[in-house]
Ligand binder design. Sequence first.
Ligand code: GTP
Ligand code: MG
Length: 489
Amino acid sequence: MGFIPGPTDPFYELMQPPADETPAQATARQKRELDAQRVNDRIDDMLKEERAQAKKSGRSVVKVLLLGQSESGKSTTLKNFRMRFAKEEWEQERDGWRSVVQLNVVRSITTIVRVVQAEINGDTHADDSDDQESVITVESNQSETLKFTEKHQLLMIRLAPLVSVEAELKRRLGAGAEPPQLTSMVATPFDTPHENPGRRRPAEFSVRSWKDVIEQEQRSTLLSDGSTACDTDSTTTVMAGCKDDMKALWQDKAVQQALKRRKLVLPDSAGFFLNDLDRIATRDYVVTDNDIVRARLRTVGIQEYRLSFKNGPWDHTKSGKASGWEWRIFDVGGCRTLRSAWLPYFEAVNVIIFLSPVSVFDQRLDEDRRVNRLEDSILLWTAICSSRLLAKTQLILFLNKCDLLRRKLKRGVKVTQYLPSYGDKPNDVMSVVKYFREKFRDIQKQHSPEHRSVYIYPTTVTDTEATGLTLESVRDGVLRENLAASQLI
Ligand SMILES: Nc1nc2c(ncn2[C@@H]2O[C@H](COP(=O)(O)OP(=O)(O)OP(=O)(O)O)[C@@H](O)[C@H]2O)c(=O)[nH]1
Ligand SMILES: [Mg+2]
C-alpha cells in the first residue's frame, strides 16, 4: 500500500476531489486513481522483493530522485552519472543516440525553414501548430522587409526533404514516445491540480523512457556482423546531402535577422549542433559524449537507472563488512502537468538532487507563460524543503546552466531588472551564483521541518569533465552520510 495522508499532511489537499467535479470527471479521476494504485502496489511489491534481496546480499541501496522544472537538466545529469559510473553500458548504447541527435538538428532546421517561409510569405504569425519552438510573433515596430532572394527560395526547396526525415526519425524514436499530457497542472507535487490555462506552445517531442528508445535504436543500427548501419541509413544520407544547404541557412544574415525579429526560441543546444554540421551531417557521423548531453528528449515518464559502486573508501562499515552500494536513480518529467506523478516516488527516498537553472531569471515556463521560471523553481524548492515526508532526505542542489548565465550576462542582460532584490550587486557570474546559493540555502534552513544541511554545487551539466568530478564528490558525500545506516531502504 502507498501512504495515506491525514488532514494535516501537505498531501491531503492533493488527494481531495475538486469541489466542482462533474460525474464524468469523477469517473475519469477514479480510474486514474485505480491505475495509480495498481502501479503503487506493483512498486511496493518490487521494493519488498528488493529489500529482501538486498538483505541477503548484504548490499545497501540508496534511492536518489532527480527533481526540478522542465529543461533544468535532470536527464542530462543522469546521462553524466551513467557516463561516469556505468562506462561499459554507456559505451554500448552510444550509437543509439545518433538518431536523437539527428532529430535535434533536423527539428531546428525545419523550424527555421518555417520562419523564413513565413517571412517570405509576409505572414505576421507563423504556424505554431506543430513545434513549440515555432511560436513567434513579429514586433509591430520591426516589420521592415528583410532581403530574401531567389537563393532563399532555392534553399527552402532543397531543404524540403528534411520534413520527411523529421517524420521518419520521430516514427523510429516513437517506440518510447508519447504525446504529452495536456491535463491539469500543479506548481508543486503537493498542490491541488488546476486547469491548464491554455499553452501557447504545443509540445516538444517527448519520451516516456529514453532507455527504451535508445535500446531500440541500438538494435536497429547494429548489423549481424556487429558493425553499425550508419552508412546505409537513408535519413543519414539525406542529411549529408543537405549539409551545405543547412549550413547556408543557419549562417545566412537575413535568416538570423528573421529569427531575432520573430523572437524564435530555439532549444539551448541548437547552436551547438548547427555550428558543427560539418561533423554531424555526414554519412560516417560518430556520436560523442558532448553530443549526447546536448541532445534533448523531453521526459514524460519516470525512469529508473541503477548504478553499482564497489570497492570505494566508503565501502567498509565498522563491522568490516564490504558490502557494495547500489544507487537507484529516478528521473522524472519536470513539466507542471507531470509533477503530481512524482508523489509515489517520495517514499523512502534517501537523496534528492534538485536542479535549478540559474540562467532562467528572464524566462517563462513553456507550459504556463504567465510564470517566471526562476519563481517556479523557488516555489518548487520551497515545497520540497518543507515536506515532512522528505524531512530526513538528504538534499543536494545543482545551480545549473552556469555557462548560459555567463553568456546572458555578457550580452548585457541585467539580473536586477528581473530580480529587484538583487539590488546593485555586480552583474557577474560569481556574484549571481553566490546570491542564488544564499537564497536557496536560506529557504532550506527556514522551511526544513528538521535540521539538515544542503550541499550546493554550481554546475554546467553539459560539461562532462567538470560534472564527472562534481558527481564523484556527490557520491562520496552521500555514501559517507549514509554509512551509519545499515539498511537504507
Ligand atoms: N548549455 C547548457 N545546456 C544545458 C545544461 N543543462 C542542460 N542543458 C540542456 O538543456 C536541455 C534540457 O535538459 P534536460 O536534461 O533534457 O532537462 P530535464 O530537466 O530532463 O527536462 P524534462 O525532461 O522536460 O523534465 C538539453 O538540451 C540539455 O543539453 C547546462 O548546464 N548548460
Ligand atoms: Mg528529462
